[in-house]
Each structure stands twice: as structure tokens, then as C-alpha cells.
Write a protein that binds this ligand. Structure first.
Ligand code: AKG
Length: 279
């Protein structure tokens, strides 16, 4: 008996590589998370950017709450079982009326995790209709091979490495629009992309990469991960500690250590890594 998803949603995830919409946050919860995020953005005078929008659960209360939300974890458990690690989070904010985009890609291309069972939960903190540049997916592409990706460092590309699969420019895919508080789920090999935000509001999504605890990393350096439900199966990850004191120097130190390991893995051999070395 599934905890959160319907049997139909689970069947669609297995067959198509994605399912949506899954209601997870109440309107009040989503508004509180957005308000907390925007309170901080007002303090720093700009939208949250890298490195803070990577692994924000190690810094900010709103991200910790989304990552541990029982409705989110129940849905993820329905797909990958009861022992769950959080490998990564990225905050995906597209400002209103901006050309920000994400090229066709597979999330796991540079995660270096096996087996390929990572699931991305994308939780909407604002409405994400088609006109706001919601994600589009190629149904069933998760059954295909890992694809070669190239780096596109265009200023409007929201992925830091700029990863994209060449040759898919003409594809339109199937949209996954969401309302505030809803979530989509997609498989690590599912090919997806998104385009510009022509809407009047910013589109704010929390992209959470969960893995079942039997998944192991390969390649160096050893990555960090956070146990969010159940138990771990091995010590191939450095275990993150759950945030207790948001936005403190201790939190910043833990965040910096975890993100630098993540980026060293994610950006290995890329133009972004060369730019780091040059700077
Ligand atoms: O937010 C977007 O438009 C893209 C997000 C994405 O690629 C992901 O969550 O895997």
C-alpha cells in the first residue's frame, strides 16, 4: 500500500520516468518557506545564488523543512523504499520575465552514483505553469542509455556546469506544470529541460536529489549525503549532520565543506572546473 502516491502515479513513474502533480506542502507551508527565503534575499540584496543555492538544507531552515517534509519523503519512499539519503539540493529560481533556461540533460550524468536509482523531487514554492518555464520531459527516456553531455556556459543557463545533450534542440517534450505546494518526481536518467519565464511572478522550485541507501558513489572525492529516513547501508558517503542552527558560522562551514566536495565531483573535467583553477 503506497504512503503518498497513487498506484497510477507509481506505474507512470516506472513507465514514463516521471509523475506529477503530487500535492505536498500546504499553502501556508509553501508561503512560509518562500517568505523565509525572500527575507534572506532581501538581507543580502539579491536572489540566492551559488554556492548558497547548492545544498541549502545545510544553511537555511526552509530548505531543511522541505527536505524532511513527511509528505515529500512518503512519496519518495513509494518509489525508492524506506532507507533514504539526500544527495543534493539545488534551488531553481527563474525571475519573472527572464530568459533563464536549462538544456536537455539527465540529472545523474555527473553524479557518479550507482545503481541509477536517484529520484529528483521538484517542489514548487510558487506557481510553475508552462508560461513560467516549467520543466519539460521526454517520456520513457529514462529507459535509454546515459547520453553524452557538453558544457554550455551561457549566462542564462541555470546549471552551473552548463550540461546539455547536443542534437535535441528541436524537441519540445511534455510539460510538467505545477501549482504552489505541488511536487513532480523524475528519474535520474530522464531527459528534461526548461525555457524562459514569461510569467509575472518568479518561479521558485526546490530540486531534491534522493537516493535509496544502497546506492554508492564512485569517483573521487568521497561525497557527503544526509540520512533523511531509515538507516544507512555502508559508509561510502561522509554523513552530513542535520541543520540545527541556521545561517550561523558553524552552518556555513559545514555547507562549504559539503558543497566543495559536490562541485569537485560534478564539475570534474569541465570548463567550470578550469575556470575555478584559473581564478
Ligand atoms: O528548474 C528547472 O527548470 C530545471 C530543474 C532540473 O533540471 C532538475 O530539477 O533536475
Amino acid at each position: 500500500m503506497p504512503k503518498r502516491l497513487t498506484e497510477d502515479q507509481i506505474a507512470r513513474y516506472r513507465k514514463d520516468g516521471f509523475c506529477h502533480p503530487v500535492p505536498v506542502l500546504t499553502a501556508a507551508e509553501a508561503a512560509a518557506c518562500r517568505a523565509d527565503l525572500e527575507r534572506y534575499e532581501n538581507e543580502i540584496g539579491q536572489p540566492l545564488d551559488f554556492p548558497e543555492k547548492s545544498k541549502p538544507h545545510l544553511l537555511f531552515k526552509w530548505a531543511d523543512q522541505v527536505a524532511h517534509h513527511p509528505a515529500v519523503l512518503d512519496a519518495v519512499e513509494d518509489l525508492i523504499g524506506p532507507d533514504i539519503l539526500l544527495y543534493h539540493i539545488t534551488l531553481w529560481t527563474k525571475e519573472a520575465g527572464t530568459p533563464s533556461y536549462v538544456l536537455w540533460h539527465q540529472d545523474g550524468a555527473y553524479f557518479f552514483l550507482e545503481p541509477a536509482e536517484q529520484v529528483t523531487a521538484w517542489v514548487a514554492l510558487s506557481d510553475a505553469p508552462v508560461e513560467a518555464g516549467c520543466m519539460h520531459v521526454l517520456p520513457g527516456s529514462h529507459e535509454g542509455p546515459w547520453r553524452d553531455h557538453v558544457d554550455d556556459l551561457g549566462p542564462d543557463n541555470m546549471i552551473k556546469r552548463g550540461q546539455g545533450i547536443p542534437g535535441l534542440e528541436a524537441e519540445r517534450g511534455v510539460p510538467m506544470p505545477l501549482k504552489t505546494g505541488e511536487m513532480s518526481l523524475h528519474h535520474t536518467k530522464l531527459i528534461h529541460a526548461s525555457g524562459a519565464n514569461g510569467h509575472t511572478d518568479r518561479r521558485i522550485g526546490v530540486g531534491l536529489s534522493y537516493i535509496p541507501a544502497h546506492v554508492r558513489p564512485y569517483a573521487e572525492p568521497k561525497p557527503t549525503a544526509l540520512l533523511v529516513r531509515g538507516r544507512t547501508h555502508h559508509d561510502d558517503f561522509i554523513m552530513e549532520e542535520r541543520l540545527t542552527a541556521p545561517e550561523t558560522s558553524a552552518a556555513r562551514a559545514a555547507h562549504k565543506a559539503a558543497v566543495s566536495r559536490f562541485r569537485a565531483r560534478q564539475d570534474a573535467g569541465s570548463k567550470v572546473a578550469e575556470a575555478y583553477v584559473a581564478s
